[in-house]
Ligand binder design. Sequence first.
Ligand code: MOS
Length: 768
Amino acid sequence: MKSKDTDSAQDQGPAPARQPVSELPPWGETRVVGKALPRVDGYERVSGTAVYARDFALPGMLYATIVRCPHVHARVKKVDVSKAERMNGVCAVITGDTPGARIPWYAGDKGPVSWLFDPHCRHEGEEVAAIIAETQQQAFDAARSVAVEYEVLPFVIDHDKALGTGSPPVHEGGNLQGKPGIYQRGNPAAGFAEAAVVLEQTYRTPTQLHSTMEVHGSVAQWDGDRLTVWDTNQGVFGRRAELAEALKLPLSAVRVISHYTGGGFGSKLELGKYTVIAALGARMTGQPVKLFLTREETFLVTGNRPANTITIKAGVKKDGTLTAIEARLTGPVGAYPHGSTSAYQIMDLYQCPNVRTEETDVFINAGKARPMRAPGFPACGWALEQMMDSLAAKLGMDPLDLRLRNIPSVSQVRGNRPFTSTGLRQCLVEGARAFGWNEARLHPPGDGHLRRGVGLAAGMWGWDGEPNATAIVKLMADGSVNLNTGASDIGTGTKTVMAMVVSEELGVPIDRIQIEHADTATTQYAPDSGGSQTTHINSPAVRAAAVAVRDELLSLAAEELKQPVSALALRDGAVEIAAPARRIPLSDLKSLSAKQVLIGIGRRGAHPEGKIALPFAAQFAEVEVDTRTGTVRVLRMLAAHDSGRVMSRLTYENQVFGGITMGLGHALTEQRVLDRRTGKMVNANWHDYAIPTALDVPADLTCLPIDPHDTECNSVGAKGLGEPATIPTAAAIANAVCAAAGVRIFEGPITQARILESLARKGEEVKS
Ligand code: MOS
């Protein structure tokens, strides 16, 4: 999911003509769906037997590595590969001059803006050449002996300065990407005039890195003029299309397989240069080629959540009614076109008649941004939700009540169409009750150096998904099932959820369902596993396929058993008849074995006409701030989520806790640090770039699903969860820190230094 897709979904016009949602009636009580069942691939994942692309090997496979530009802005004058070519084990060297390697890259408004190997290197780590060798070490050795002559250029790495005069241009047209995106409704000036309190404040968020457990890479193999790629990605069909385009091949000549993906978070939603380089190398050598990045490389070239600078001005009446919000959001897209901000929540999270937002994307000499778990939303929440707390403080209101005062019932940014369900109020109210908000809020922070406080933040996600998925379910003669879906399971539990849907409809035990997925040659189209759409886009297709099989099975069984269909039920791999009670295992059905297989094809229905299906959330945090050291300890968090029906209780919780963990890093420790003098990243490793560990994540985490029984969003009633889980986290922690320490940290992450500086500025005596 790209942030610009979210933007383009905004419109104020009439609802587009849409087909009705899939005709299947909503489920009532479910027997399997919603349970906390173990993951279908849990054993493979924990035992190490799951074969990720990183683990994949083929006979005769060669290894590749990429020679990268060490400068943040430079022009390649000369590449001398003569020494590398003569080195032990080297099979091929690829540069921009290699036949077939001049491939356009990175789409701008007017077409591609770069090349696979671009002599104008606009950020540290740009691809200059590649080595294919018999072993990985030989490739690394040869890469070091490639002699590259650079003309080093002046650079800009600070997005707040990129548009200033004298900033070196990253691209010929300058550092402004496109035009600022402007949205307005109502009359903000009039709204501010009505307000009892108007506040304006600037907030900053750091650049966060995806930090996927599995590094990025591919294995490529040619069979004649057909290419197969084992890749780690978030959608095989999307990557196939991009790869086919890059290599000028028909879709039918490219097969992409991604059976296991060790995390993506948005960074594996676009074709990597490494994939194309592996394919070129495999074509040149006639042997399969494996090219995986090192951990350090992933920090430089596989995307990031860009830093944001967000200035918000907001007005409220005495009773807490929002009258106007104005916001300017600026972020760096890195060196190539992308989106950097999202004002969506400012436009749609709260009822507010007068809103103006302006979003500006700028180029800097750093790695390109990619979508990262709710692109733009956590940063927007960091600003908006801290502003809500400041407004509440000014009004002397409970921050919970201020939010409850401004709950929307329609999507104001999308033509005032109603939401299929708006669980925001329930998330806030039920979350507060379960958290013990009232008691905890009134508890004094303490007067020693350890201060406690609680904070909350609300959030929503703004993308309703690409309603386009097909699934096939096959029931075999012995009563076992093959489920065929193109969806990638990027670690979220997609396969488990889909198997539960089949089990729900066919009454077949989960362990009798074989899953075939994420292979463009053998499975059916599914959109990218991103944008929190995987479950609610694919489950309805899987359900429809299972229902097609069920209907055929029941009519065969009815005929064979001389019973009306209405007297039959499917349960535990058998057909059950109520009276007189009888149980016929599916494997005993002659009508089934006569056919050997029943095949159901299911397609996802369209989104509901005239309505918007989006998830909502509220998260609550309790923290302890040490005013001597500035350390923040998150003691507990509670996440209340309206993501519609809980499909799988276990993976739902996994998503929520994972989202909180990522948000905790965003709030407290994670930030890309670029050296002021060289522009280079100084913490491109997991030692210096601190993602939360088990010691940082509170043991006291509560997941509180709010199920508004949405019968309209789609035929399974689920909305997205993966991204909402991380949207409010950092803001909730920031608000709790403010409640505890009495200082508001406008710029994230909330480091010890920032706490201590703020306390000092406040004149607070730091007791020693
Ligand atoms: Mo997501 S950022 O669409 O994986």
